[in-house]
Design a binder for this molecule. Structure first.
Ligand SMILES: O=P(O)(O)OC[C@H]1O[C@H](O)[C@H](O)[C@@H](O)[C@@H]1O
Length: 280
């Protein structure tokens, strides 16, 4: 699979049509998005890193037994639509996926509805990614969604995520309901589904930068790092790579899944801005 490559005055964007998947975004020469050196780039296989689109379910779904993990959108053949607009300072791309495109994909039979999904990426000095889903059916449907962004960090054990203080979360590692107190720091395997629609910021003293993550249409923020053992067990994850990534995902999952009436649409979006380290 060959990526589409766009260079602007502020950086570089790489994206694959499979999954409408941003696989790299660099500001200048510095990668903001992380992708594993071990990732497969094979038809029908998820890419490990970048910004996978999880849809119409997240992980094993609300029933706990859905396959493939994170739904079929991330392995689907999205179509680039409209004009790619690339000028000196910005790049804008839009992909589309309908129920017709998804027909026959593994798991598509579990979502038997007429839909149109669009994924828009706009890169300037910041990067924004928006997933809009429209219900083209005659009956209501609901779905889970996540923009499963893998962010590049110097050392996850030294990074700090602010903006979730007071948020309730489901801890998938300990299988318990918790509340975040203060900043989120990383001390072991982390897999948390926070009920929060607020912006967060990832402070990275090693790379001396802060990545601000704004979002809209997203009542859930998922934070994930597999840590050493889980990463070691994954064939598409280098043994030491877990130290250099963390996923901060704008999502709408579980009881915050999106419900759409016929003709209705919803947009889930996230925006990343990089600045020099903000110690606050
Ligand atoms: O291995 P994948 O299917 O890409 O999932 C990777 C991870 O995605 C999310 O962050 C989930 O919360 C995790 O439970 C899951 O392990």
């Amino acid at each position: 699979m060959t990526p589409r490559t766009y260079r602007t005055s502020t950086g570089t964007l790489l994206a694959h049509d499979q999954g409408a998947h941003v696989t790299q975004w660099c500001v200048g020469d510095s990668p903001v998005v992380w992708v594993s050196a071990q990732s497969e780039y094979a038809e029908g296989r998820p890419i490990r890193g970048g910004v996978p689109i999880c849809w119409p379910w997240f992980g094993p779904g609300r029933s706990g037994d859905m396959q493939p993990s994170h739904g079929f959108a991330r392995i689907a053949p999205w179509r680039l639509v409209g004009d790619e607009s690339v000028d000196g300072e910005s790049a804008r791309l839009m992909w589309e996926l309908t129920d017709q495109d998804a027909r026959g994909l593994p798991g598509a039979e579990h979502f038997p509805h007429a839909f149109t999904a669009n994924l828009e990426v706009v890169v300037t000095h910041s990067a924004s990614i928006s997933l809009t889903v429209r219900n083209d059916d005659t009956r209501p449907f609901d779905y889970e969604a996540a923009l499963h962004t893998y962010l590049h960090v110097g050392d996850v054990r030294q990074t700090r995520l602010t903006g979730l203080d007071g948020a309730a979360y489901w801890d998938k590692v300990t299988q318990s309901a918790e509340t975040q107190h203060g900043d989120l720091t990383f001390r072991g395997e982390t897999d948390r589904v926070h009920t929060s629609d607020r912006a967060v910021a990832l402070h990275d003293p090693v790379l001396e930068r802060t990545i601000t993550i704004d979002k809209a249409g997203s009542p859930t923020t998922v934070v994930w790092n597999p840590w050493a053992d889980k990463a070691g067990a994954m064939s598409d994850f280098g043994d030491q790579e877990w130290t250099q990534m963390v996923c901060v995902e704008a999502a709408a999952v579980g009881s915050d899944a999106v419900g759409l009436e016929p003709g209705g649409e919803h947009t889930l979006s996230t925006m990343f801005t990089v600045s020099s380290l903000d110690e606050s």
